[in-house]
Ligand binder design. Structure first.
Ligand SMILES: O=P(O)(O)OC[C@@]1(O)O[C@H](CO)[C@@H](O)[C@@H]1O
Length: 394
């Protein structure tokens, strides 16, 4: 197997170099963002000296050769297999996606997440996530839910899909790199498949929503799920979340429950919606799903059979965010004009991606738009000011 190039699943003639962190945006994530992230973790949770030492040790480790895991937690044997081709190499020269995943796995071990011990299951990003959920930005969104009541049909769906899309800009790791990112900057949809998405959303009886971040992203995701569930009594929604803390702000089951509670405790329109979500959860119309695959250094073509079956049974799967997009199409230097279909044709059903651009990878772009963006001198692929809504119909 060639570790340096990806082949498009279903089209062996299409290959591209895997993205590594030797330069550009990925290098800045490893070199600048990860150390800041470690500092925030130590700022947020009053870990004891031995854990602080282990977390700080990671800072130095990522500047040296890749070392094996030092814990034997359940998935360690799998990680040993995944790490085998990369041990001893520089973090910067192996696939970016893999290096980031390995970093988060090592960070969890360093914080005592896996236990046993008092720090077992203490989310190292918990304080940051909780502050986001309790903060004014989420508060303003809860207030705005009253106005949503005045919208119906396609207008309502449009507003919800755009909120779920742009809510993705608010991820906490991204804010580290781009302080002040607040949704008011110039924004544009580079690919807009809403016309294909809306009928799929309103006709689906079974919808899978593969979520991304908590706070300003998960909130509109839940409001969207509520609208779809209220619309027709036969609909079920399946919220896929991470089983453990991941990429700072990714949602876990507990985060879904906290968000529902924040709604319940909010102003009247929010509270009504939160109570309805509680009801949907207890009736099995809204379901929380999690799977170890979601925190593995793998891409969707490598998804295990049970998850593939789940996607195949759905009438529509919606993937949220940048990382899910990278995993959907493969984190490689595909020409941006590569058809979306060419790299997602393997998906066992209708699939949609709602993603703000926060890393280099992109497909499905019009050639003239690409020329224009490249000529602009902007860091358009990573600024978070651009987004795509892309649909592939099976
Ligand atoms: O998936 P998300 O939350 O939209 O984005 C995750 C992200 O912040 O993490 C990576 C850098 O660490 C980038 O791919 C991306 O910008």
């Amino acid at each position: 197997m060639d570790l340096e190039r990806l082949t498009a699943p279903g089209d062996p003639s299409l290959t591209a170099p895997v993205i590594t962190s030797t330069d550009g945006f990925p290098r800045s994530v490893l070199r600048d963002r990860h150390p800041e992230l470690l500092a925030r973790v130590l700022d947020g949770v009053p870990y004891p000296p031995e854990i602080r030492l282990a977390v700080n040790g990671l800072l130095h480790e990522i500047e040296g050769p890749i070392l094996p895991l030092s814990d034997t937690h359940g998935d360690a044997a799998l990680w040993a297999e995944w790490a085998a081709p990369y041990l001893g190499r520089s973090w910067y020269e192996v696939p970016f996606l893999w290096a980031e995943n390995y970093f988060y796995r090592k960070l969890l071990a360093a914080t005592g997440w896996f236990g046993p011990g008092p720090w077992q299951a203490v989310d190292p990003f918990g304080p940051q996530k909780d502050a986001e959920l309790a903060g004014d930005a989420v508060g303003a969104e809860l207030e705005a839910l009253a106005a949503l009541g005045e919208l119906a049909g396609e207008e309502r769906l449009d507003s919800l899909v755009l909120s779920a899309l742009w809510g993705n800009r608010a991820d906490l790791g991204f804010a580290l790199q781009r302080p002040g990112a607040d949704g008011r900057a110039r924004t544009a949809l580079l690919v807009d498949d809403r016309a294909a998405l809306f009928p799929l959303l309103t006709d689906a009886d079974r919808i899978v929503l593969i979520t991304d971040n908590v706070g300003r992203e998960l909130l509109p995701d839940l409001v969207l799920a509520d609208t779809l569930l209220v619309g027709r009594s036969g609909v079920t929604a399946w919220l896929h979340v991470k089983p453990s803390p991941y990429f700072t702000s990714d949602a876990m089951p507990i985060d879904v429950l906290k968000t529902v509670q924040r709604l319940v405790d909010g102003p009247p329109a929010a509270s009504e919606l939160g109570l309805r979500l509680r009801q949907f959860l207890s009736e099995g119309r809204l379901n929380i799903v999690t799977h170890p695959f979601y925190v593995a250094p793998l891409t969707y073509p490598q998804a295990p059979a049970d998850l593939v079956k789940h996607y195949a049974e759905a009438d529509l799967t919606v993937l949220k965010g940048d990382l899910n997009y990278r995993r959907l199409i493969g984190d490689a230097e595909w020409p941006a004009t590569t058809p979306f279909e060419a790299v997602t044709g393997y998906w066992p059903g209708h699939v949609a991606a709602l993603r703000t651009l926060k890393s280099d990878v992109l497909v499905g772009l019009d050639a003239s738009r690409l020329t224009e963006l490249d000529a602009s001198g902007e860091k358009w692929r990573t600024s978070g000011d651009y987004a795509v809504i892309q649909v592939r119909q099976a």
